[in-house]
Write a protein that binds this ligand. Structure first.
Ligand code: ADP
Length: 503
């Protein structure tokens, strides 16, 4: 298939530039690296410098066909492997990922611009956590006995769906892929992943590493653009389930295609997550929580970013000032530098989009946008896609900045006077992914937690998605859950009823 030996180094490679080159120009299909059938590649760019660091195989329907055909063949045998053995293999793959955490952290920092210390290394470790978690769940793929009639044995069994198509975005590509691939594989499915065009390398390396312990063909990966490579994957007749994380618009396209085939989908889409701060909160803890909640270390490129912050009026101004001061202390710079807290935006397109939101906010009458953190001074980074975090006050609920997902380091803070009013504001959104509440009055907190329209509500913390906790949105934020036992059972298997008449 490929006219050169396995291009990926066997041992961890700590030079991400070398590794990026080594992983150039290939998909991973049927247990091997394979170039695009068309021979075409596209550039992978380091957003901190604008320099090309690799070429990725530009997949199309022909590559998808090859990957799905291999997956379908491999899945038949994979489904016969006892569930706990499948889990044990995924667990073994976790150990390999653990050995490569540093390498994967550096590689993802290079291709996405996310800082190594605050984001990229953390993400690589979490991938191993997720594989370990799902690797231990093989024994949970069990059915029930149903009390139908005394002389009829009625049982349910969980069966895999077949080939799963997984489409992932660029913001946390390794983790979001692991959340799809691990439960799908443990449940006995084979998977074809379509990586995000902006970040195809670290996920390809993970695919190759996991294939060292998995049978060939059960985990395949193609890189390429959405309409040319993602769409044929969703439409392929042998793909019996699609799991997608990305924008609402693309999610709807995926859902329509899936509807034609009558296959199940899981959709993790956008968010406009509110953070509600009461005057009785632990101020310092909440302040630190606001920085984490807004995912400033990920340049705000997170579906769960606290992009709307509501602060009870008595502490509003103090909170705004203190938050801006804290963000000022965050270091923007080379994503590969250990000192860096905040890296870059992923791509020129996103950079322009975020800038346009900021300009619009600044031009809004009555609004103030406070830019925080100093831009990096290193001349090597002058073409880097750095954006200063901006904290807006004085915007109204009609503003696009308050209604739309910016996916950048931009948050809007508002004062509020009573819990019912802030609840109405928080729920006034097309999205419903996540929310956080900060108060020492648990009665108020729990009451609001029940009324907030969101898939995940946290009180006095705002963590990112965690293995073992169901994660997924309501309203335009998506369909279905990920990250949990429920996700594996409900979204990667179907329940068959078997009845035996013993009368
Ligand atoms: P973003 O704007 O954040 O990149 P998208 O929803 O466009 O979000 O992209 C998320 C993933 O969906 C990427 O892997 C992208 O290539 C893929 N994608 C984009 N368009 C389509 C499509 N029409 N069908 C299937 N996948 C698509």
């Amino acid at each position: 298939m490929l006219d050169r030996p396995n291009p990926a180094p066997e041992a961890p490679c700590l030079d991400p530039f070398v590794l990026a080159k080594a992983l150039s120009g290939v998909h991973f299909i049927g247990g091997r690296f394979a170039p695009a059938k068309s021979g075409r590649n596209f550039a992978v760019v380091n957003p901190a410098t604008g320099a090309e660091v690799a070429q990725a195989a530009e997949g199309d329907a022909a590559d998808v066909e090859a990957a799905v055909a291999d997956a379908a063949k491999a899945q038949k045998e994979w489904a016969k492997v006892p569930a706990r053995k499948r889990g044990a293999l995924v667990h073994k793959a976790a150990a390999l990922i653990r050995d490569h955490v540093e390498e994967l952290g550096r590689l993802i920092a290079l291709e996405t611009g996310k800082a190594l210390r605050t984001e990229s290394r953390v993400e690589a470790n979490t991938v191993a956590d997720v594989l370990e978690f799902f690797g231990g769940l093989g024994g949970e793929l069990k059915g029930e006995t149903v009390p139908f009639a005394p002389d009829v044995l009625s049982v349910t069994v969980r069966e895999p769906l077949g080939v799963v198509g997984a489409i992932i975005p660029w913001n946390v590509p390794m983790l979001l892929m692991a959340l799809k691939v691990a439960p799908a594989l443990v449940a006995g499915n084979a998977v074809v992943v379509k990586s995000a065009e902006e970040a195809p390398l670290a996920v390809l390396r993970i695919c190759e590493l996991m294939n060292r312990v998995l049978p060939p063909g059960v985990f395949n990966m193609v890189s390429g653009f959405g309409p040319e490579c993602g769409a044929p994957l969703v439409a392929h007749p042998l793909v019996r389930k699609v799991t997608f994380t990305g924008s609402v618009e693309t999610g709807k396209i995926v859902y329509r295609t899936a509807a034609e085939k009558l296959i199940p989908v899981t959709l993790e889409l956008g968010g406009k997550s509110p953070m509600i701060v009461f005057a009785d909160c632990d101020f310092e803890k909440t302040l630190a929580g606001a920085l984490t909640s807004m995912r400033f270390t990920r340049q705000g490129q997170s579906c769960t970013a606290a992009s709307r912050i509501y602060v009870e009026r008595p502490i509003f101004q103090k909170f705004v000032d203190a938050m801006a001061e804290k963000v000022d202390q965050m270091v923007m710079g080379d994503p590969l530098d250990e000192k860096t807290d905040i890296g870059t935006i992923i791509s020129d397109g996103q950079f322009e989009k975020v800038k346009a939101f900021i300009e619009e906010g600044k031009a809004t009458a009555g609004a103030t946008g406070r830019a925080c953190s100093a831009m990096p001074k290193d001349p090597a980074l002058k073409k880097g896609l750095f954006i200063q975090p901006v904290i807006f006050t004085g915007l109204t609920r009609e503003s696009r900045l308050v209604r739309e997902e910016i996916f950048g380091p931009v948050t809007c803070i508002f004062p509020f006077d009573d819990p019912e009013a802030v609840l109405a504001e928080a729920n006034d959104s097309e999205y419903g992914l996540a929310a956080s509440l900060w108060t020492n009055n648990l009665k108020v907190g729990l009451n609001l937690a029940h009324k907030l329209e969101a898939g995940l509500v946290q009180i006095n913390q705002n963590l990112v998605v965690q293995a073992n906790l169901s994660y997924g949105g309501v309203k335009s934020s998506g369909l279905g859950k990920e990250a949990s036992l429920e996700a594996m059972l409900e979204h990667f298997t179907h329940k068959k009823t078997i009845m035996v008449n013993m009368g």
